[in-house]
Design a protein around this ligand. Structure first.
Ligand code: GCB
Length: 877
């Protein structure tokens, strides 16, 4: 079809003819075809087809198992669809909302199209291949192999393959609102003026005519308010040229004193477009939220909405979900957006790719500003093909997401120099080439974005590296986001402000946002002495609370978006839960971590909030300790604290939090917090003891070589932190905590196979030959936990610094014999030899303690230094 794209200016003389009679509607035009697909992994010649429903991915299991890697290759889907004779004469499209990552579609054996890129929608016109009154075979080949010409090439998230969003069959009369402009909705809404006094809406509508003759048509376009009251309408008669795609521009007069859209008051107007034929039948129609708002950034004063400064505080979001991979039912995903709103966030960065369009609709409705971007992450390929895919992807992205009032920022790159910064193989010339390639692509995409979306803010995010300044890439977008992990991958928490001030001073014309920050946290880990890289709930709280204050103190910062809303899949990671990046404010299954409630209490000023942050503390063991520090989150000023109905303290809240040491009692503890408007009560079980007497408890676990508590949810045991031996207690006689890198992380940041107790194994004591527990006479089951820390360190750019020498030492053997008192339970124990990888090894033995000798664990070295990760003692008799 030829593209005409000239525009009709409608004159004042809008003539109303016979079309004003009540319109009839052409039958349902878009049908979701998610159910009953046949699926085969690998080539389609196979006999093993299974029936699946969409959304679907083939990686929801293998991206989380103990085997390294996940299937990246081809998968086939097929389905038979019946087209009745009445459908002849319509134009049929297959609409794919998201397929990762390269798709080829065949209808009755004919190749109808190819699409590259896993996160934008696409349409194929399949009309010419359809047969009527019979079944038609639709076959879809999907490939998620690494492809040097399709971004993302490399990133910290799992590239699940499959048709993971809905598929629709759309059948339209021969004249319809275009579905061929990069799978946009076929119209683009703009505001020729927008202020508190007045807002003027205009819309460009693309009409496709598939007939080989010119036809007369009527467009009816209306602007309605939130109560569906029509404010304006325009009717335009026009003639569609044969086989042409044409643009119609419609401009409405101004809305005076418009209700402005903002996160506090997300007032939405609506646009209604109808295309009618001469008989008054509706050929096509669209509804769209529209809103009166304008946004800008200022290098000194931050972000402005509707002319007023607002601090952007929110989250990044990945689309995957525990148990589903990326094939997540849309209703579950919408829940995320509601949780983001409920937390009090006013911005969402959809990192690192465009997400389901339904979610942007919800952001419009709820009042969440959106930064949306395409997945050009970590590195680029210097080929024309890669550049072309990037251009097309950004065109699809902008055109598909252009109309959402919530979308104020369009981005196109994340940490594009990450790989380069860690590259110690390329020559100087090759590195210069890589710098230039990324810069060239960024310039092109910046220009493209400004052309296609002149009223949006362009954005990009970079990591902590001078390369962004040196190349000038950070000065291209209107707003530059720093992804900063001070207190995690880099230096310390207070270094954030120092770095930002220095940047602001050096680059006074650059607008800045903190686009990522946050530590990993696991609800099974807690400690009164939180440390970098320990994954404790307390460290997460400490970092977020400080970062928030540092950003609030700096008016030039446009805002901050936490990394990440929820934990997400990243196959190669060795966090406390392997294959999952655990920097979420919520767990992968969307159970909120305590920090979510803290944000709620600082951001949500409308409703009173009180939250006792003890969810992770249940089953706390206190050995020889009087109290444990607890945080209470609230947006109130003060509160009274009661423990088991006795008042213990008055507290006042600063930065949304009050800290108090709770003198827990052995057994059940009821904490109650009352402020004048609101109260909360929590009950937690505590095992409190000053002796290993096994009187009020029958099991005792120690997280050897570590400063944190670790909760084993299966056994319902909390392993307590380690200590040096004290008479009447427990501890190591000798040895020191093992760390692969001194200041970077605790223990070994790797997935431990064959166990879910990764954090217990990941931290350990080295060179300990004697470990002692003063337990009374009796019979016990003693379980010791071991892992060999130095087998096959995997390359993991997000956890490791390439220059770490310790990583080069592979297969360092250690051989030792293990004794419980004088009984040898393992002779010449050699993990490197017995297990090819990092296996979590548990050794259980029954032992009778007959005197006051207690339990002595001896690790007698034969070669190298012995290691041990934990001990669990269970009283039998
Ligand atoms: C980043 C990346 C993000 C990672 C994150 C992390 O800076 O932009 O994709 O997931 O760091 O957790 O390391």
């Amino acid at each position: 079809m030829k593209e005409v794209h000239h525009s009709f200016k409608i004159g004042i003389a809008v003539f109303i003819l016979m079309w004003s009679i009540l319109p009839l509607k052409i039958e349902a035009q878009a049908v979701t075809i998610n159910s009953g697909w046949q699926f085969a992994l690998g080539e389609k010649s196979t006999d093993s087809w299974e029936t699946v429903n969409l959304p679907h991915t083939w990686n929801k299991e293998d991206a989380f198992d103990d085997e390294k890697g996940y299937y990246r290759g081809v998968g086939w889907y097929k389905k038979q669809i019946f087209f009745s004779k009445e459908k002849d004469g319509l134009i049929h499209y297959l609409h794919f909302k998201g397929v990762n990552q390269e798709t080829d579609v065949y209808v009755n054996g004919h190749h109808v199209g190819n699409h590259k890129g896993g996160y934008t929608a696409f349409n194929f016109n399949i009309s010419e291949w359809i047969n009527y009154d019979v079944y038609n075979l639709i076959e879809v080949k999907v490939d998620n192999s690494h492809n040097a010409n399709i971004p993302p090439l490399d990133a910290d998230f799992t590239f699940y393959g499959g048709i993971y969003r809905d598929v629709q069959l759309i059948s339209k009369p021969k004249q319809h609102i275009s579905l061929s402009d990069f799978a946009s909705y076929g119209f683009y809404v703009d505001y020729y003026t927008v202020s508190e006094e007045k807002a003027g809406v205009q819309v460009k509508i693309l009409i496709d005519n598939f007939e080989n003759k010119s036809v007369k048509r009527l467009l009816k376009v209306a602007v309605l308010d939130a109560e569906n009251k029509e404010l304006f309408n325009k009717k335009l008669n026009f003639k569609s040229n044969p086989e042409a795609s044409e643009a119609v521009n419609i401009k409405f007069s101004e809305i005076y004193n418009p209700k402005l859209w903002s996160p506090e008051s997300p007032y939405l107007y609506k646009l209604h477009i109808q295309l009618l034929n001469q008989r008054g039948e509706i050929l096509d129609e669209r509804w769209q939220n529209i809103a009166c708002r304008w946004a800008s950034v200022d290098p000194d004063k931050g972000f402005f909405l509707n002319g007023k400064p607002i601090k952007l505080i929110g989250v990044n979001r990945h689309q995957d979900y525990e148990g589903y991979g990326n094939a997540v039912p849309i209703e579950l995903q919408k829940e995320d957006i509601r949780l983001i709103k409920e937390m009090g966030a006013n911005i969402l960065r959809n990192a690192h790719y465009p997400q389901s369009r339904e979610l942007y609709d919800l952001c419009d409705e709820l009042g969440i500003l959106v930064w949306t971007e395409i997945p050009i992450v970590n590195k680029v390929t210097n080929t024309p093909a890669f550049f072309e895919v990037c251009h097309t992807m950004q065109k699809e992205h902008i055109k598909q997401y252009y109309n959402y009032p919530s979308v104020v920022m369009f981005g196109y790159m994340n940490e594009i120099y990450l790989r380069l910064a860690f590259d110690n193989k390329s020559t100087v010339a090759e590195k210069e080439n890589q710098k230039k390639t990324a810069l060239d692509l960024a310039k092109q995409l910046e220009q493209l974005t400004r052309e296609l979306a002149p009223n949006h803010i362009t954005v990009m995010a970079g990591h902590l590296n001078e390369l962004y300044n040196e190349t000038g890439i950070s000065d291209l977008p209107m707003l530059f986001g720093w992804n900063l992990y001070f207190g995690w991958y880099d230096k310390d928490i207070p270094d954030l402000g120092i770095f930002l001030d220095e940047q602001h001073q050096r680059y006074p014309n650059r607008s800045l946002l903190l686009s990522e920050y946050g530590p990993g946290a696991d609800a099974r880990i807690f400690t009164p002495n939180p440390k970098k890289f320990d994954f404790s709930a307390e460290y997460q709280a400490k970092l977020h609370q400080s970062y928030y204050q540092q950003i609030m103190d700096r008016p030039y910062m446009a805002g901050m978006t936490a990394w990440n809303f929820a934990d997400f899949g990243s196959e190669f990671r060795g966090d406390a839960i392997p294959h999952v990046n655990q920097k979420g404010l919520l767990q992968y299954d969307r159970i909120p971590k305590e920090i979510y409630y803290w944000y709620k209490s600082v951001l949500n000023q409308n409703k009173p909030v009180i939250h006792i942050a003890t969810n992770y503390l249940d089953n706390l063991s206190l050995f020889n300790k009087k109290e444990y520090p607890v945080q209470i989150y609230s947006n109130q000023n003060t509160a009274e604290i009661f423990l088991n109905d006795e008042k213990i303290q008055d507290v006042s809240f600063k930065n949304g939090v009050a800290f108090l040491n709770v003198p827990f009692q052995n057994g059940l503890n009821k904490i109650k917090v009352i402020s004048n408007k609101i109260s909360e009560e929590k009950t937690i079980h505590v095992l409190k003891t000053d002796a290993l007497d096994f009187e009020s408890f029958s099991r005792f676990g120690i997280n050897i070589g570590s400063h944190f508590y670790f909760k084993d949810n299966t056994r319902q045991v909390v392993f307590i932190p380690d200590q040096s031996y004290k008479t009447g207690a427990f501890g190591y006689i000798n040895g020191a905590a093992f760390n692969l890198s001194k200041d970077k992380y605790q223990g070994i940041p790797y997935s431990i196979k064959n166990t879910d107790l990764d954090p217990l194994f990941q931290t350990m004591l080295e060179s300990c030959t004697h470990y002692k527990l003063d337990i009374p006479k009796g019979q016990y089951m003693v379980t010791l936990f071991f892992v060999e820390p130095q087998i096959k360190p995997q390359e993991n750019i997000f956890n490791l610094n390439a220059s770490d020498e310790s990583l080069e030492k592979s297969k360092e053997q250690r051989i030792f014999s293990i004794y419980l008192n004088d009984i040898c339970i393992a002779e010449r124990f050699n993990m490197a030899e017995q297990y090819p990888e990092k296996y979590g090894i548990e050794k259980s033995s029954v032992i009778n303690i007959r005197s006051d000798e207690g339990l002595n664990v001896s690790l007698k070295p034969i070669k190298g230094k012995p290691v041990i990760s934990g001990v669990l003692v269970e009283k039998l008799n």
